[in-house]
Design a protein around this ligand. Structure first.
Ligand code: SF4
Length: 372
């Protein structure tokens, strides 16, 4: 019996892990048992094994920028240190000219292949603002993928325009929207949302907008923000809801679990959450993500942004296959004071090579464009 087989034999979650080694994904109760177990390193051995079976000892990354086009927001999420209410001294909205100038600089200096365009829920911005931005991006920077607007931003535009989210998605796709980031999901359980983001779209609305995007041929990613008021059952529900939509649409390209950063947020001021979840929890979430979505959602991203580069190196060995992006220009997480919030491609390549892995640079759709 191999060492891993022996360890599985003696573990309380051995049956679940043995099943996943032979291609059977855990259900809700089994997911809950994984979340309740402290056998993190064993989960990581299996998560890492499943990942290496598909990707070998190679990790990908995307050379991208984040363009946070406005910090004006009327949704007041208690976990957010980034937004400012309309009329605030520090409120900003980036003009079309500024968007172009920032992209030009990132393109010329770093050769980015993706722009992640995200911002607050600004009621002053009509759909034309986004259409003009996307048209300009596709025309002037055809090699840069437009990965833009979370489900809740799409919902906000539909309210500003008094129209449906389907209509908004259709117009934005026509203008150049190519994929949708998975932000705004947090934990897809409304009792959790009521505490952390009571004015944000419901879980059902998030899932509906993602379904509409997928059915229109706009792929997306999915995220999970853990480490605040959620229970293990809520996390299991989150995994189940995203997995079940993916079984129907196949539109999620990647899943990204990331930990809540409490610094400078209302939740920290109210002492709802004092500390972030930390490294062991990150590794556990990465391993469980791979085990839950093996053969269903192709890519699991390391979340270096909130946990740092060294943890991302570990995450690649616990179930992540994608390092994430260089994130030039990131502003949302930097408002919490979390570490450095941007990397350059050579830094990511170096970090992946340090663990003895090969590196692939990918585009917006996870196609490999260069190997290192
Ligand atoms: S997380 Fe997004 S929607 Fe919530 S307050 Fe911040 S900017 Fe607004």
């Amino acid at each position: 019996m191999s060492q891993l087989a022996q360890q599985l034999h003696h573990s309380e979650i051995g049956d679940i892990l043995e099943n996943s080694m032979s291609g059977k994904r855990p259900g809700f109760d089994e997911c809950l048992r994984l979340l309740e177990s402290g056998d993190v390193h064993l989960m990581g051995l299996v998560g890492g094994h499943l990942t290496r079976k598909k990707f070998g000892r190679t990790a990908s990354f995307v050379n991208n920028m984040i363009l946070n086009y406005t910090n004006v927001c009327i949704t007041d999420c208690k976990f957010c240190a980034f937004y400012r209410p309309p009329g605030h001294d520090e409120a900003y909205t980036v003009s079309l000219e500024q968007i172009e100038a920032r992209m030009k600089a990132a393109w010329e200096m770093f050769g980015i292949t993706q722009v992640m365009f995200q911002g607050g829920h600004n009621p002053k911005l009509s759909i034309e603002y986004y259409e003009d931005a996307f048209r300009m991006m596709r025309k002037k920077f055809p090699a840069v993928g437009v990965h833009a607007l979370s489900a809740s931003e799409i919902d906000t535009i539909s309210k500003v325009e008094h129209t449906s989210t389907k209509e908004v998605l259709g117009r934005l796709k026509e203008a150049g929207l190519q994929s949708v980031p998975g932000a705004g999901a947090e934990i897809l359980v409304d009792s959790v949302k009521k505490v952390i983001s009571p004015k944000k779209i419901s879980s059902e609305t998030w899932l509906r907008i993602m379904r509409e995007a997928h059915e229109m041929g706009i792929p997306s990613s999915a995220t999970m923000m853990y480490g605040h008021v959620e229970s293990k059952k809520d996390i299991a529900e989150h995994f189940e809801k995203i997995g079940s939509l993916q079984e129907q649409t196949g539109g999620f390209m990647a899943f990204i679990p990331w930990s809540f950063e409490p610094n400078n947020t209302q939740m920290q001021r109210e002492e709802t959450v004092r500390y972030s979840a930390g490294g062991t929890e990150l590794l556990k979430m990465i391993a469980i993500s791979r085990i839950m979505y093996d053969g269903l959602i192709p890519h699991i991203q390391s979340s270096w942004l909130t946990n740092g580069v060294a943890m991302a190196q570990m995450a690649l060995q616990y179930g992540a296959d994608d390092f994430g992006g260089t994130l030039l220009g990131e502003e949302v997480v930097s408002c919490t004071g979390a570490r450095s919030t941007e990397l350059t491609a050579p830094k990511i390549i170096g970090a992946v090579k340090q663990i003895g892995y090969g590196v692939e640079e990918r585009d917006n759709f996870y196609n490999v464009i260069k190997t290192y």
